[in-house]
Write a protein that binds this ligand. Sequence first.
Ligand SMILES: [Zn+2]
Length: 295
Amino acid sequence: MKDYIVRATAADGQIRAFAITSKNLVEKAALAHNTSPVMTAALGRLLSGAAMMGVMMKGEKDLLTVQIQCGGPAKGLTVTADAKGHVKGFPMVSDVDLPPNAQGKLDVGGALGLGILSVMKDLGLKEPYVGQTELKTGEIAEDLTYYFAVSEQTPSAVGLGVLVGKDGSVSQAGGFLIQLMPGVSDEVIEELEKKVTEIPSVTDMLSGGKTPEQILELLLGGFALAIVDTQDAFFTCDCSKERVSRAIATLSAADLDHIIGDGEAIEVKCQFCNQAYRFEIEELKNLRQTIGPQS
Ligand SMILES: [Zn+2]
């Protein structure tokens, strides 16, 4: 099954909702970064959440960045998403290895620890929107829920899950994101809160064969759920040798002279997808010429 995001409304527009199945994109991210199981879960949850947040944006060129900086062994994660289901991202430390938590699950909260969640939205305005909150549990879904409540003043319910098999491969990944719009009635809030606590975990629902549509049906079936559209989702990176060249050209003249002085070709890896780009000395010398005299 391909990865996709469902967008829906319910309760006469008092609720907006998203759900995603993201096994393939999480698998691709895990392969690109050679992540340990707990980091596959951490990166996969954040990618799945960001993908749903991305489709909330309207502009073709809008870009969302979700960054976690944390004190746990994972140190941090960065992911980006656009409005068309394209996501990419990377962990600061990809091989964190921890025993399971008290529930016998991958200990994402232990890998992240305390920290800060930042959301940056480049919506083509003069200044990007930036919101920041503390991590609540480091389990990511709860942290995004807290972010929405505090930073965007939007009461939300977020569920995210990545199931990693014994061999380290991704067996299931996905999630949901439900938001209450201004003016929502107390009855709707009460009933929804009950529903959210009643449903099985995201990974249980996905393992049971539930599609994103069916997950939303379980949560919102009693609220006149209406599917608005679906959007395919992918892990994809827009890096290129040319882009990496531009990054190298932002080095100081002294740094670049030093690299050239070593006399060896260098390999530069894209942080987001780990693709390696090789630069021969001649190419580095050409880049050096573009940045002016010795600083
Ligand atoms: Zn890349």
